[in-house]
Structures are given as structure tokens and as C-alpha cells.
Design a protein around this ligand. Structure first.
Ligand code: NAD
Length: 296
């Protein structure tokens, strides 16, 4: 039986770890949050008292943490000193390319195999085991990465060497942030024009305005039952996380000398929504800002 250590059991990691357990793997799970740990235990994982305890005899370590600094410190201080050298290390968090390459470098220097494998799909896909994974790793390690990831995935694509998974993720989420704002602007305008936003959804989802932000994650409550808009924008993908990703894209663009003006505008709008108190809401709640409402 494959032994997995799973670190970070939040909105995404909780569902992902549960799918590893459902696939019959032994999952030693750890999170700083006792509530998250308890939920994981209810989903068939074995709670550990620390990262060190979770990874001590793991065949694969999967991390799903908030941001680059968390990933750097968890690997440097806890995973690398305590995991067996044979363990395959897979970080699924969305972080900056430099941090991913730095952690990969440290891991490889100590004899580990490492992959950056950020995901796309949101919490519903994390629970359903239908995430898309974009992987940066040595080519020789990819088949094993794919096998470990399989219970959580509908598509696993190798983007290239270390850091390439994060580069793909940052570009993808810049599209997502921009498209969500576009969909929200259109829904708010439809409302102002006296057009029922749900009727607009029905029309645009079958017209050239169709996109994932509209048809899989509709920010207007009703048309897509699984979307966070139907539960007060709780859970899902927090505005603060989207803001983090848009900042990563702008920093990467500045370093690479690339122009990303719509990404910059999206970052500005999400920063404003965050400052108004919307940081903990799902990122589709930016609809409220564009309708002229303060976050609830
Ligand atoms: P989250 O805040 O819900 O979960 C992160 C978890 O990590 C928390 O439970 C926290 O307690 C835990 N944690 C933090 N530091 C820790 C440590 N040192 N040791 C152990 N646990 C620690 O965030 P999330 O929404 O699950 O997102 C996780 C990552 O996935 C982020 O990088 C995010 O950008 C990315 N992501 C999120 C979504 C989404 O829809 N939520 C989609 C794709 C990618």
C-alpha cells in the first residue's frame, strides 16, 4: 500500500488528501489547524502530530500550503530533515517560480526527487478528484509523479523542468483573474440594463462570451449550483489567494520584461476588494464591488 504524507489540509488539501485515502493509500496528514486535521481524520487520513511525524516513512510527500514562504520553511526545516531520501516530494501549492526552483535545488542536493505540481480546478474539483496538474520535474521522475497524483487528477501535464509548473499556473491564473472580472462586469451591466442576469448567463454561456469563469464558476447565484456564489462566497478560492497569484504574475512579468497590462488592472481591482474587507471571500465575490456593493 502506497504511504503518502499530506501537509496542508485547507480548502484544497482537505479534499485532495481525502481522495488519496479513498484510493486505498495510507495517508499521514498534518495541518496547523486542529479543525482541518479532524476533518481529514473523518475522511480516512491518519492525523500526525507534526510534519516530521507525518513524513518519517513516506513514499511520497504532498504539500498544499498557502504561499512561497510556507513552502520554503516547511521543506527546509521539516520535510528535508525528516523524510526518507527515497520519498518523492510533490509541492502542489501555487508559489513563485524562484521559490519552486530553490526548494527543488535544496531537495536534489540532498538526494530527493522533487516536483512542483500546482493545480487548477477549485475546491469542487479537489473534492471530486478532477484537478488539472501542471508539473515541473525531471523527465525521468514524471511517471511516478503521475502515479502518485492520479487519485486527485483528471489531467496531469508535464510543463517542463523545475519551476515550469509554477510558470504555467501563474499564467493560467492571470487569465482566470482577468476573465472573472470581465464576467462580473458583464453581469453587473446586464442588471443595470434591466436584463435578468440569469437570462444573460443562459445566453452568454451558449455564445462567444462563454468561459470557465461564467459556466463552471458563475459569480451570480443560481446557474452553477456548485459555485461559491450560492453559499455567500464562502470557501472556494479566496480573494487574498487570487491577489497573491496576480502579484506573482506581475513580478514575473517585470522580471521577464513582459507586458501584462490587463493582469495589472486585475491585480489593482483585487487589491481594492481585499482592502475593503473581501480578502476572505471567494474571488468571484468581486461581483459585489462591480455592482457597487461593499463586501458583506
Ligand atoms: P487554505 O488556506 O485553505 O489552506 C492552506 C492550509 O495550509 C491551511 O489549512 C493552513 O493551516 C495550512 N498550513 C499553513 N502553514 C502550515 C504549516 N507550516 N504546516 C502545516 N500546515 C500549514 O488554502 P487553499 O485554498 O487550500 O490553497 C492552498 C494552495 O492551493 C495555495 O497556494 C493556493 O494558491 C492554491 N490553490 C487554491 C485553489 C482554490 O480554489 N482554493 C485552487 C488552486 C490552487
Amino acid at each position: 500500500m502506497t504511504r503518502i504524507a499530506f501537509i496542508g489540509l485547507g480548502n484544497m488539501g482537505g479534499g485532495m488528501a481525502a481522495n488519496q485515502a479513498k484510493a486505498g493509500r495510507t495517508v499521514a496528514a498534518f495541518d496547523l489547524s486542529a479543525a482541518a486535521l479532524e476533518k481529514a481524520a473523518g475522511a480516512g487520513c491518519t492525523p500526525a502530530g507534526s510534519v516530521a511525524e507525518a513524513v518519517k516513512d513516506a513514499e511520497a510527500v504532498i504539500t498544499m500550503l498557502p504561499a512561497g514562504p510556507h513552502v520554503r520553511s516547511v521543506y527546509a526545516e521539516q520535510v528535508l530533515p525528516h523524510a526518507p531520501k527515497s520519498a518523492l516530494l510533490i509541492d502542489c501549492s501555487t508559489i513563485d517560480v524562484e521559490s519552486a526552483r530553490a526548494v527543488a535545488g535544496q531537495a536534489k542536493a540532498q538526494g530527493f526527487r522533487f516536483a512542483d505540481a500546482p493545480v487548477s480546478g477549485g475546491t469542487a474539483a479537489a473534492e471530486a478528484g478532477t484537478l488539472a496538474f501542471m508539473v515541473g520535474c525531471d523527465e525521468a521522475d514524471f511517471a511516478e509523479v503521475e502515479r502518485i497524483i492520479a487519485p486527485m487528477s483528471r489531467a496531469t501535464i508535464r510543463a517542463g523542468d523545475h519551476g515550469a509548473g509554477q510558470a504555467a499556473k501563474i499564467c493560467n491564473n492571470m487569465v482566470l483573474g482577468i476573465s472573472m472580472i470581465g464576467v462580473c462586469e458583464a453581469l453587473a451591466l446586464a442588471e443595470k440594463l434591466g436584463l435578468d442576469p440569469v437570462k444573460f448567463y443562459e445566453i452568454s454561456s451558449q455564445s462567444s462570451g462563454q468561459c470557465w469563469s461564467l459556466t463552471s464558476y458563475c459569480p451570480w447565484p443560481g446557474p452553477v449550483p456548485a459555485a461559491p456564489s450560492n453559499r455567500g462566497y464562502e470557501g472556494g478560492f479566496a480573494t487574498a489567494m487570487m491577489l497573491k497569484d496576480l502579484k506573482l504574475a506581475q513580478e514575473a512579468a517585470a522580471r521577464a520584461g513582459a507586458a501584462a497590462p490587463l493582469g495589472a488592472a486585475a491585480e489593482g481591482l483585487y487589491a481594492l476588494f481585499d482592502r475593503l474587507g473581501g480578502g476572505g471571500k471567494d474571488f468571484s465575490a468581486i461581483l459585489e464591488l462591480l455592482r457597487g456593493n461593499a463586501p458583506q
